[in-house]
Design a protein around this ligand. Structure first.
Ligand SMILES: [Zn+2]
Length: 439
């Protein structure tokens, strides 16, 4: 079942409203691991038996609404975002309870409604596109089901979409822990042709209307690519069983985005497509935070002093790194010294060049080349430090230069260096694979 909601916020606060309950295709998740104990996400929902109050299903997630909350705009204006909750079709009426985190990071009730299965529409959604199997290792209930959607592919581009899916999915499974856990996955893809090639890029004055409304320039950041239209995304995705999804965007301009248990995108013709795909999928799949802190982002930063310990598994406010202490080798200093000033000086110089390139309307390849030069320098610097490759507490993470720590000198959540996921990120990904792939 899929319950569609409207999530509104603004100067007067946050309101969730029920829209409808519909069929969302066969249940793809585990039938035994129904309760989510990972504590991931900005929001969390429970499906309860209203008579006994027993929790039948629960899941954490983040959303476009929660991304928007970090931009500062809600202080000035109201906005509504469609949002969906998916859970096994109930036999009897159920109570939906939605929670959000309070200032201390604890979940507090935000919204509740009783959903009657008899009043929900059980008719399957006629598929909007054609689903096909990339590889299948077993029944959906006992495997982690990944669905890859294409956006900005015209009918004539569908052979390219198939080639892009194969290439990028193959690359994802060269990264640990996906590589060693590949047998726990099913991967399917969905052909969803657009009228024209490419997607909406407002900064470049490229105008398109595509089936999922994926676009560049989300929340005012030119390289931030997502869809505000969650409804369109869920309607299309219901063509195949899925636990997580990735949207391949048929565009060359550097860009992508990823929201935990919601959506992820990557621009396939950027020469950074592999990095974008894997990094953004890390956000979507395991709720990993950006470990970087020197790039321009859509979020308000510098408010760290009032914030609680981040819920994301790969950043901490604790310089002794209690969160991943068991992975720290004896003798590693905490916090862990690193070439922070050198790194920041170089990184800020690159950012300045990047802003100038974007402002001058430079070709996509100019940005790609700049990032290549940056990665070469940073790989050398971060890979040669005394505590390189060790788990510790390295200050500078999640858009904050001070007060937040990442676990390794380098990681694909920190730089575009070809270093894969750090041990803490790997463990977080492995836990999500366990949650969905054990029958
Ligand atoms: Zn990491």
């Amino acid at each position: 079942m899929r319950v569609d909601l409207f999530h509104t916020g603004g100067p007067k606060g946050e309101i969730v409203a029920l829209d409808r309950a519909v069929d969302d295709g066969p249940w793809p998740g585990s039938r035994t691991r129904l309760l989510d104990d990972t504590n991931l996400g900005t929001h969390y929902f429970e499906i309860r038996n209203p008579r006994t109050n027993a929790v039948l299903y629960s899941r954490g997630y983040s959303s476009m609404y929660s991304e928007w909350e970090t931009t500062g705009e809600p202080k000035k204006m109201s906005r509504t975002f469609p949002e969906s909750l998916r859970f096994p079709w109930p036999k009897e009426p159920v109570q939906v309870v939605l929670y959000r985190r309070d200032a201390a990071g604890a979940f507090q009730p935000l919204f509740t409604a009783v959903v009657h299965p008899a009043a929900a529409n059980p008719a399957p959604r006629p598929p909007l596109g054609k689903a096909w199997t990339v590889f299948e290792n077993g029944p959906a209930a006992s495997k982690l089901d990944l669905l890859v959607l294409g956006e900005g592919y015209a009918e004539k581009d569908l052979p390219k979409f198939h080639a892009d899916v194969k290439k990028l999915v193959d690359l994802l499974f060269t990264y640990e822990p996906f590589k060693s856990r590949k047998a726990d996955f099913n991967v399917r893809a969905l052909d969803l042709p657009s009228a024209e090639s490419g997607v909406f890029r407002p900064d470049s004055k490229i105008f398109r209307r595509t089936p999922l409304s994926v676009q560049y320039g989300i929340f005012g950041s030119e390289r931030y690519v997502l869809t505000y239209d969650e409804r369109a995304l869920r309607e299309a995705a219901s063509a195949a069983p899925y636990d997580f999804l990735e949207i391949l965007v048929n565009d060359a301009r550097y860009g992508g985005g990823g929201i935990f248990n919601d959506q992820a995108t990557a621009a396939v013709d950027s020469s950074w497509a592999e990095y974008l795909f894997v990094h953004e999928f890390g956000h979507h799949f395991a709720g990993l935070a950006d470990e970087y802190y020197t790039s321009d982002v859509a979020y308000e930063t510098g408010m760290n002093a009032d914030k609680p310990e981040p819920w994301e598994p790969n950043v901490t406010a604790d310089s002794k790194a209690f969160k991943w202490a068991d992975l720290v080798e004896r003798g590693t200093p905490l916090p862990t010294p690193w070439e922070k000033e050198t790194f920041e000086t170089r990184s800020h110089a690159i950012q300045k060049t990047r802003r100038a390139l974007v402002a001058s309307g430079a070709a996509p390849s100019a940005l790609d080349d700049l990032f290549r030069a940056e990665a070469k320098e940073e790989t050398a610097l971060l890979g040669s430090m005394k505590w390189a490759g060790k788990v510790g507490a390295f200050e500078g993470a999640a858009y904050e230069a001070k007060g937040l720590y990442r676990s390794s000198a380098d990681c694909i959540m920190f730089t575009r260096d070809n270093v894969g996921f750090c041990p803490v990120c790997r463990r977080a990904i492995g836990r999500v694979i366990d949650e969905y792939s054990r029958p």
